[in-house]
Design a protein around this ligand. Structure first.
Ligand code: AMP
Ligand code: MG
Length: 367
């Protein structure tokens, strides 16, 4: 399956009237093994001047802006159509830089940093007063990460400053795991796109809140709950937490409508034969549904998840059906994204009532 393949036809033609129409929209390929210094230097200069640069990380592509530049930061919100109540993650190259962004760096943070940075782990810590309110959504905390992707590393080393980089997609939509996804999501809304090929992990970073008395897993991701427990001992995680879009989210990824295809998606909480029964029952009523097959292997499931959802979204199907994977390891992250992509809706049987509900959702008679 090609990661750089076709984009969702339905997501093309995006136009955000409030977004800046005069961006450079440049595209450069960059080697992941050894990022070309001149390309990295150019990208860093653009960031320095307040431009928006999309770049690969090991999780998904980010839309980067200089953290100390309020105009650039507000441009990121505009480009994504992201509500200002949804704070951004800051990315840096070295742990010493993190100390300039936070007012406390507890022992737990030091241990997690030593074990998992650089890598797909975001720490939420008490903020330094100099961090812009726009970035933190005026909360008392700030989210920080040191990514491991060589392109992200090279870029952050070159800039020497913190870069806010939310996923390079329109708010609420499927995150980009390839440069083609970024083009399809944000065409024209960035100054430069660095194409470093498909991302390795495929789902967003794990977010851990260390600002309270007990560490809290806010978003499952590349670093697993099991791995975190080894270091932290106690850590709380509330599965399937939903945050209203109107409130300041403790973790923006917790919004229910998130990672969503445009075609409605339903979780099937049963075995493969239940999926087949539902497909059949819907087909009998003249509605084409599609079963999205998530790979058994959880690493593969995470890596391919967003590409599979995009491909399914680009078909004529009126409804997508997906069976969650095993809820352990990185499977937790996959299931979290699926749950939100499904906006929390699931089918547990093929009763008349269930089929009626699925039909209503497919025909957009239900929210
Ligand atoms: P993304 O748009 O994919 O970069 O996702 C942003 C993520 O940042 C959310 O899912 C949150 O988990 C996280 N985040 C950023 N700032 C904060 C904060 N101050 N408190 C909690 N979570 C945060
Ligand atoms: Mg996102």
């Amino acid at each position: 399956m090609s990661h750089n393949g076709e984009m969702s036809a339905r997501s093309e033609g995006f136009s955000n009237p409030s977004a800046d129409q005069s961006r450079l929209a440049e595209y450069r390929q960059v080697s992941t093994e050894s990022p070309e210094p001149d390309v990295i230097r150019y990208a860093a200069e653009l960031l320095d001047s307040g431009a928006l640069v999309a770049f690969p990380t090991e999780t998904v592509y980010g839309l980067g802006a200089r953290a100390s530049n309020p105009k650039a930061i507000s441009d990121v919100f505009l480009a994504k159509g992201r509500p200002l109540t949804d704070p951004l993650i800051l990315h840096v190259a070295r742990v010493e830089q993190v100390h300039e962004l936070v007012s406390e760096f507890p022992e737990d943070a030091a241990e997690l940093a030593a074990r998992f940075w650089p890598g797909p782990l975001t720490l939420v810590l008490p903020r330094h007063p100099d961090v812009l309110d726009l970035i933190t959504a005026s909360q008392a905390t700030v989210a920080v990460r040191i990514p491991s992707h060589p392109v992200a590393q090279a870029l952050l080393l070159e800039t020497g400053f913190a870069v806010a980089a939310p996923s390079a997609n329109r708010f609420g939509r499927i995150s980009p795991s390839s440069a083609a996804h970024v083009v399809s999501e944000l065409a024209g809304q960035y100054d430069l796109l660095l194409d470093g090929g498909p991302t390795t992990l495929g789902v967003e970073s794990t977010v851990v809140d260390l600002s309270g008395p007990v560490p809290k897993l806010l978003r499952p991701g590349g670093v697993t709950l099991e791995e975190l427990s080894e270091v932290l001992g106690e850590i709380t995680y509330a599965d399937r937490v939903i945050t209203a879009e109107t409130t300041n989210a403790p973790a923006p990824g917790q919004f229910l409508r998130h990672y969503s295809p445009l075609t409605p998606l339903l979780l099937v909480e049963g075995d493969e034969s239940l999926t087949q029964q539902i497909l059949q029952a819907l087909g009998d009523k003249g509605v084409t549904a599609l079963s999205v097959e998530i790979p058994q292997d959880q690493i593969e499931a995470a890596r391919n998840l967003y590409q599979l959802l995009r491909e399914a979204d680009a078909t004529d199907a009126k409804l997508l059906l997906v069976r969650p994977t095993q809820s352990a390891g990185i499977g937790r992250a996959v299931n979290d994204r699926l749950f939100r992509a499904a906006q929390g809706r699931s089918l547990k049987d093929c009763s008349e009532e269930s089929v009626r509900r699925a039909l209503a959702i497919a025909l957009a008679e239900l929210p």
